[in-house]
Each structure stands twice: as structure tokens, then as C-alpha cells.
Design a protein around this ligand. Structure first.
Ligand code: ZN
Ligand code: ZN
Length: 365
């Protein structure tokens, strides 16, 4: 392994510069190491331990654009077979080629798409910290965030999403014995997380109401064309197994906000301040039939038809106001949305609708 690591450390930056940013196969020693030799050595190791059938091993120098942080991933097939999703063990070379990490890390693309990039990184870091608390990790293991000297998004995501890692310096690459002992150790913890959490670690981070509304506004400001908005109707709804709550989709709520043109649907003249999210007016997304009532419906409640855009006062009123205060607001919204809800197989009479709100101290979205 030492020589293979050195081939990458010594040549990757030069190859990257020569290729002018394009991920092209040119058979240099760094590419042979990353794409063939290192994956092959890891596969042989897994075969010897009779667990090769459980894993897919793959090296990458990037797709289209050449990667600043090249990697070799070891994916447990039941969790994921690609770097975008789930979590896996991955050998990551730092951008400045001064070191590399063998890291139990997370695929970040799915979370980035659902929320925003910087928010996703923050939440993956939170998931990594929580995941660590379920593992008993030896003192010599690097815990949490790793420094990859990265100036690109992918590297920064890997820095934030690292759970447990081993560091190897360019000046002191690991022997085979050390590397495979470390790999065995991380695979053991990979198995442990799989037995606890299944295919992804998304249940390990939570999104507060405030965070949700901020991401929704940010995403709503990015939705520009009405065509774009029209295509976003619903998202698959899932339950977070740890909190046992339904997880709302920010992009669906964003489409509803954009469709309402960032105004309050109780009364478009309600004044709201400009938010920092690209200078759009500050409004909040509210699920008219509260998402906590999902068990009463076959069709998803997380649809644009069921999400209203409200000024902060009206929104708080719906959640915390006295029944007689909020009844007229609820009826206004119900009348506006009744037909749209029916189109989405959400049939409900006004009395049943009001009952979802009656008497409860807190309406959970
Ligand atoms: Zn609400
Ligand atoms: Zn209002």
C-alpha cells in the first residue's frame, strides 16, 4: 500500500494541472493506483476474509471535472453502491496531497438536494456526531470533522460528514498491516451503524421549525420559473424513526411560497419585512391539514395544494391563537384550498377540518 499511496501523493496534483480540470484517463501512476491498484488490493483483502460479496469497491478521480479530492470508496451494497447516498468507508486524499484519511463518511448529495448545501453540511456534521455517540471508538481514531484542505464543495462536504477516520501523512504512509487493521476496524463500525439505522443516517439530525422555514425561503427564492414550480407537486413523505415524526420537504413548501408570490394568503396586503434570503418578503409555510394527521389520509399531505404561505402573525395565530380567533382564518384558507385538496385525493369536510385544530394546545405541522 505504501507505494500505491506515494504514487498518488507524488503525481496527482501534476496530472490534475496537466489535464486542465478535465477527468480524463491518461494512465499516470496516480490514476492507476486510484482506479485499479488500490481498489484491487482492497477487494483481495475482502475476498480473503470471505466478505467480498457484501461490498463494492470503486476509485474515482471525478466525473467530467477532475476531483480535487480523489477517493476510493468501499460501499456496503445493502446501504449504497454509490458515493451520493447513504454512508460508507472511503479513502480520501487531501487537496494539497499532504495526507489522506480512511474515513467512515456519508454521502451528501441527497441531503444537499433536499435542503441547501451549507445547511446539508451542518446537518451531516450533526448526524456524524450523533452516530459517533452510538459507537465506542478507540482513542487513536480521528473523531468527526477531518481537514482535507479542500476548496471545492465535494471535499468540504466530506470534511463535515466524517464520522470516524484514520489519518495517514504523505511523509509516513501506512504499512499493509496497519491499513488493513484500520479498515477492519472501520468496517466493524460500519456494520454496527447499518444494524442500528439501515440505509442512511438522516434520522440522526433534526430540523427545527425555524431552520425549516429559513431553508424553505432560501429555496423559494431560487425557484424562478413557474414551469419549475409546477413540476414540484409533492415529495415522498417519510417518518423519522427516532422522533417518530413526519419529515416535511422544503422544496415542496418552497414551491407553495413561490406560487403565492411571497405573500400572506389570508390577506395579500399583510405587511412583512424583507428577509435575508435574497431580499424576498418573509413568509412562512404552513400545512393546512397538519402533517401530524397523515394517518387519516391515503394521499400525501406534503403537497403544494396543502401548503399555504402566511405572514408570521397569521402563522403564529393558527398555531397558538384561541379557537374563536383562528376559526375565520381557517375557514378562509379552507375555502380557498378545498378544490385543490380534492384534486389530490384529500377529501375533507369543514367540520372535520376544524376538528384538527380545535382545542389542541399545539398544532404540529
Ligand atoms: Zn404551521
Ligand atoms: Zn397574514
Amino acid at each position: 500500500m505504501r507505494n500505491l499511496f506515494t504514487d498518488v501523493f507524488d503525481n496527482y496534483s501534476t496530472t490534475r494541472a496537466k489535464l486542465g480540470g478535465v477527468a480524463k484517463l491518461v494512465g499516470t501512476p496516480d490514476q492507476v493506483s486510484l482506479l485499479n491498484e488500490i481498489p484491487h488490493r482492497i477487494e483481495t483483502f475482502l475476498k480473503d476474509r470471505k466478505i467480498a460479496h457484501l461490498y463494492k469497491v470503486k476509485g474515482s478521480i471525478g466525473n467530467g471535472n477532475i476531483a480535487r479530492v480523489p477517493w476510493v470508496g468501499i460501499f456496503r451494497k445493502e446501504v449504497t453502491e454509490n458515493a451520493e447516498n447513504g454512508y460508507y468507508v472511503v479513502l480520501l486524499f487531501s487537496e494539497d496531497m499532504s495526507k489522506c484519511f480512511l474515513s467512515l463518511n456519508q454521502g451528501i448529495t441527497a441531503v444537499e438536494k433536499r435542503y441547501t448545501k451549507s445547511f446539508a453540511w451542518k446537518k451531516m456534521e450533526e448526524a456524524a456526531t450523533r452516530a459517533l455517540s452510538y459507537l465506542e471508538v478507540a482513542p487513536d481514531v480521528w473523531k468527526g470533522k477531518i481537514p482535507l484542505a479542500s476548496t471545492g464543495d465535494l471535499g468540504r462536504a466530506y470534511e463535515a460528514a466524517a464520522i470516524a477516520s484514520y489519518e495517514y501523512l504523505r511523509t509516513d504512509p501506512p504499512s499493509d498491516a496497519v491499513f488493513f487493521e484500520n479498515l477492519t476496524y472501520l468496517l466493524k463500525h460500519y456494520e454496527r451503524l447499518f444494524s442500528l439505522f439501515g440505509k442512511n443516517l438522516h434520522s440522526l439530525f433534526s430540523v427545527s421549525e425555524e431552520e425549516f422555514q429559513n431553508v424553505v425561503l432560501e429555496k423559494a427564492a431560487q425557484l424562478t420559473t413557474s414551469e419549475h414550480v409546477k413540476n414540484i407537486v409533492s415529495a415522498p413523505l417519510f417518518v423519522n424513526p427516532l422522533s417518530n415524526k413526519y419529515v416535511r420537504s422544503p422544496v415542496v413548501a418552497a414551491a407553495a411560497i413561490q406560487a403565492a408570490q411571497f405573500s400572506c394568503e389570508i390577506d395579500a396586503t399583510h405587511w412583512t419585512f424583507l428577509s435575508r434570503a435574497r431580499k424576498k418578503r418573509y413568509v412562512e409555510a404552513h400545512h393546512l391539514i397538519p402533517i401530524s394527521q397523515q394517518s387519516h389520509f391515503q394521499a400525501s399531505l406534503d403537497v403544494v395544494a396543502n401548503i399555504v404561505s402566511l405572514c408570521a402573525t397569521c402563522h403564529r395565530l393558527l398555531h397558538y391563537g384561541a379557537d374563536n380567533e383562528r376559526k375565520s382564518l381557517l375557514m378562509t384558507l379552507f375555502r380557498q384550498r378545498k378544490e385543490q385538496l380534492q384534486k389530490h385525493d384529500l377529501q375533507i369536510g369543514s367540520n372535520d377540518f376544524l376538528r384538527f385544530y380545535a382545542g389542541t394546545a399545539v398544532i404540529e405541522d
